[in-house]
Design a protein around this ligand. Structure first.
Ligand code: GAR
Length: 217
């Protein structure tokens, strides 16, 4: 079996990277990580990659005068490594239109809300302020607009009375760590196609029951 070669872009903690590293450790997982790129030299995710024996590159955006020249170096590093799919895992930089068009439906992102709700960097604060009873996470193909693109997989997570941003983020993060490896597996197995800017999942095993919060009578 030829494994799908992943390039993972990070900016920080790297817990979603770790979830992918752990998934890739299974012999029957259909993807492998060939490179981790960080735009920050102090990203903890770099240590996670190194501990797993994965090649790393630090490409600091602060060394570049414009977004596209940074993106061109990231693109070159990914191509040199043979990456076939780019996974954004807490990568806190917007990618240029040029970069996104270089990798059509070959860039995925994980975002901590049920998109299209609560885009941006303060999703949990937005969820708490709005009073939604369900939030969650979304894995989607990347477009040049922020937190937009065909949705591959979502998990709904309850918002509980007394939640803080931290408690909600921790609950959603647990779901992120399940979703990201699953979504990448679906892509690697050829079970996700994009039609009319929507991702179609050909997995036959979909959950049909609603999730209630608070519980229904
Ligand atoms: C995750 O919650 C991820 O969904 C979020 O940043 C966190 C990174 O954590 N990404 C975004 O908000 C992108 N818009 P990690 O570094 O531990 O994976």
């Amino acid at each position: 079996m030829d494994k799908l070669k992943l390039g993972v872009l990070i900016s920080g903690r790297g817990s979603n990277l770790q979830a992918l590293i752990d998934a890739c450790a299974a012999a029957d997982y259909p993807a492998e990580i060939v490179l981790v790129v960080s735009n920050r030299p102090d990203a903890m995710g770099l240590e996670r990659a190194q501990a797993a024996g994965i090649a790393t590159r630090i490409i600091e955006h602060t060394n570049y005068g414009d977004r596209e020249s940074f993106d061109r170096d990231v693109d070159a590093a990914l191509r040199d490594a043979g990456a076939q799919l780019i996974c954004l895992a807490g990568f806190m930089r917007l990618l240029s239109r040029w970069f996104v068009e270089e990798w059509p439906d070959r860039i995925v992102n994980i975002h901590p809300s049920l998109l299209p709700a609560f885009k941006g960097t303060d999703s949990h604060a937005q969820a708490l302020a709005t009073g939604v009873k369900l939030t969650g996470c979304t894995v989607h193909f990347v477009r040049s607009e922020m937190d937009a693109g065909p949705i591959i997989m979502q998990a709904a997570v309850p918002v509980l009375p007394g939640d803080t941003e931290d408690s909600l983020a921790a609950r959603v993060l647990t779901a992120e760590h399940q979703c990201y490896p699953t979504a990448i597996r679906l892509i690697a197995e050829g079970r996700v196609t994009v039609e009319d800017n929507r991702a179609i999942n050909t997995d036959g095993n979909m959950a049909a029951r609603p999730l209630y919060n608070p519980p229904a009578d």
